[in-house]
Design a protein around this ligand. Structure first.
Ligand SMILES: [Zn+2]
Length: 239
């Protein structure tokens, strides 16, 4: 069995890359095991194809040094937060037993993001209940509750509750974004321009990282929100 230290859940392939891939890459460099479970294949995306997006996801996973990346094949745009979907996510949480879960923004431009955030949070809770029964590959799964869930920030600039210094992995994060070649700016592409394919969009991503970095006195940062008070062992942990 592969146990992960940190697991990012995402509505669409590329949500993690656009929000918190620097944090995952940094965890990997620190010797942690990291993974991503994408809920949909982003089949409603204007550019590229779901097949291409799966190849791009795998390429990005390699760049980030992930130990696992899976796709649940939920319906892009139309998946719902019901028992069936919650149990599919519970199976992944129990399979990988992460200490920390990163989830979509609590509220965002794309309605799937807030929906996925709620679904992730409920699945993390249900996963810890012994009477919620799940099976994977014919075997009963043991309950598992992650220690913490942090929501990353994507389109809407939420006020972060904490910011991770990702200066050392910013370049890796940008490479992981550009692994999604069909989605982002490519002057040679004949596909229609979208919200995320304009050159302006990449400038926004860069400036968001600089802005969060600036707030904690480093070059690049990634912000997260959390629904409870944060505790620390020692003030020396803070930068
Ligand atoms: Zn998305």
């Amino acid at each position: 069995m592969l146990k992960l230290d940190i697991l990012a859940l995402a509505a669409h392939p590329d949500d993690v890359e656009l929000s918190c891939a620097g944090t995952l890459a940094k965890a990997v460099i620190d010797g942690k095991k990291a993974g991503i479970v994408d809920f949909t294949k982003g089949e409603l995306g204007t550019r590229g194809t779901p097949e291409l997006r799966m190849q791009e996801s795998a390429a990005s996973a390699e760049i980030l040094g992930l130990s696992a990346r899976e796709n649940l094949g939920f319906r892009d745009g139309f998946f719902v937060n019901d028992e069936a979907h919650q149990l599919e996510v519970v199976k992944m949480i129990r399979k990988y037993q992460p200490d920390i879960v990163l989830a979509n923004a609590v509220d965002d431009r794309h309605p799937d993001h807030g929906k996925a955030s709620q679904l992730s949070r409920q699945a993390c809770f249900l996963s810890g209940l012994v009477n919620v029964k799940t099976e994977l590959d014919g075997l009963n799964q043991a309950p598992w509750r992650p220690r913490a869930i942090y929501n990353y920030i994507q389109s809407i600039p939420h006020e972060p509750d904490f910011i991770v210094d990702v200066t050392s992995t910013w370049e890796t994060r940008m490479k992981s974004i550009f692994a999604f070649k069909s989605q982002f700016h490519d002057p040679n592409s004949g596909e229609p321009e979208t919200y995320i394919s304009s050159p302006q969009f990449m400038k926004m991503v860069e400036s968001r990282g600089i802005h969060y970095g600036h707030e904690i006195g480093v070059t690049y940062g990634e912000g997260f929100t959390v629904d409870r008070k944060l505790g620390i062992q020692t003030v020396f942990d803070l930068i």
